[in-house]
Design a protein around this ligand. Structure first.
Ligand code: ZN
Length: 400
């Protein structure tokens, strides 16, 4: 097939976004909705049908002017997919997301904290190989939600603590290894995009969203007026906001940071100090698994950390008042047990007692559980496709 030189990115984007939000729609309705001429709509949709991105379905209702019943168009969800990776200190998660936002595969491979680079790469290879094996959906690009800080200009990890790949040119290395276009972002920012982008598809247009990721630190990703709040790859250091100025000294030099009470690192330290765990190598995933399996002392410890995090979240809420406030973690069950404490703290706060936009009504656990970051990372690429589709459509056309 020839290159799609007669199409304009913006027109194709308008039509794809209309198809995304309406699911089934006739050509004349697409023209009304987008303001494009019927000729342009026909030209674009015919090309999209030829590429397999759009399918013609059943007949719908005739237009107000009467006439024949029109053919309804819809996106073909299996026509392309994006891969998302979630790089943490002790695991790599990954998933593939289709054109309709469905996650069709997800894989997670653990490795010990501070593993040498070749062990981390082995785990990444395994995740990518397992995601791609026998997959019928063509994967067009890869997004990564990584541990901060990142240099987004050069696509590098800077110097994340407890991770042995400082200055790693992650973006270029992944692109070379797997032959896919790659974007990187902090994990919390990726998760925020994943939660926000698909929520708007379901008819609830969210203007603002905050996503808090519980890991060794506490990450915050924010969407404001449909745009990702740009932290320039450094991540929002919400862990280093003070909740008790007389509190214990934090590694950052301040006292009583959220970090010393409520971060995953603090939780692990408290559990070791109280002999709730005996292995200094214990990781957050193992800790959360044990709580989920019924260890009541651990449950209480995580709920306590969650309670203190709840006080921090209320501070963020006073500042930003997001329409939706989401809590998640890459460690399965961890955010669930934190959430119990967060809810308790917020329900006790007096500032919400007379407020009809109570934080509890806007607060929820991540839709995609421990895949939130990987799902969000794939969504970074899916969002880029919907906004400027021609690069990828030309790739599909060139192999068709
Ligand atoms: Zn601090």
């Amino acid at each position: 097939m020839s290159r799609l030189t007669d199409l304009h990115d913006l027109n194709v984007s308008l039509i794809l976004q209309a198809l995304r939000s309406h699911r089934k729609i006739a050509r004349f309705a697409l023209a009304d909705l987008t303001g494009l001429t019927r000729t342009t709509v026909s030209n674009v949709t015919n090309n999209l049908i030829a590429l397999g991105i759009v399918a013609e379905g059943e007949q719908g209702e005739a237009s107000a002017q009467g006439g024949r019943k029109p053919v309804m168009l819809e996106l073909n969800p299996q026509s392309l997919g994006m891969m998302g990776l979630d790089l943490r200190r002790e695991k790599i998660g990954g998933c593939v997301v289709c054109l309709d936002g469905r996650m069709i595969r997800h894989v997670s491979v653990p490795f010990p904290v501070n593993s040498p680079p070749h062990i981390v790469w082995q785990a990444i290879d395994r995740v990518v190989t397992e995601l791609m094996a026998g997959l019928e959906v063509p994967v067009m690009a890869m997004g990564v939600g990584a541990i901060a800080p990142l240099d987004l200009q050069t696509g590098r990890l800077i110097d994340p603590s407890d991770f042995t790949m400082p200055n790693m040119p992650l973006q270029a290395a992944l692109r070379e290894r797997y032959g896919l276009p790659v974007v990187i972002q902090t994990g919390a920012s990726a998760a925020a995009v994943g939660e926000h982008f698909w929520a708007t598809q379901e008819g609830t247009r969210l203007r603002s969203l905050a996503f808090v990721i519980i890991d060794h630190g506490i990450g915050l990703g924010m969407i404001s007026d449909d745009r990702l709040w740009n932290t320039n790859g450094l991540g929002s250091d919400v862990a280093h906001t003070t909740i008790d100025f007389r509190g214990p000294l934090c590694e950052c030099g301040r006292r009583g940071c959220l970090n010393v009470y409520a971060s995953g690192k603090a939780l692990m330290r408290h559990c070791l100090e109280k002999n709730l765990v005996h292995d200094a190598q214990v990781d957050l995933s193992a800790l959360a698994q044990r709580a989920e399996a019924g260890d009541e002392a651990l449950q209480a410890e995580i709920i306590e950390a969650g309670y203190l995090l709840g006080l921090g979240l209320a501070n963020i809420d006073s500042l930003l008042r997001p329409e939706r406030f989401v809590v998640g973690s890459s460690h399965e069950y961890l955010s669930k047990w934190y959430f119990a404490g967060i809810e308790q703290a917020i329900s006790e706060l007096p500032q919400y007692s007379t407020n009809n936009t109570h934080l509890l009504e806007r607060l929820l656990l991540s839709t995609h559980g421990s895949d939130a970051i990987a799902y969000g990372a794939a969504t970074l690429q899916m969002k880029a496709f919907f906004e400027a589709p021609l690069t990828i459509l030309n790739q599909i056309a060139s192999v068709a």
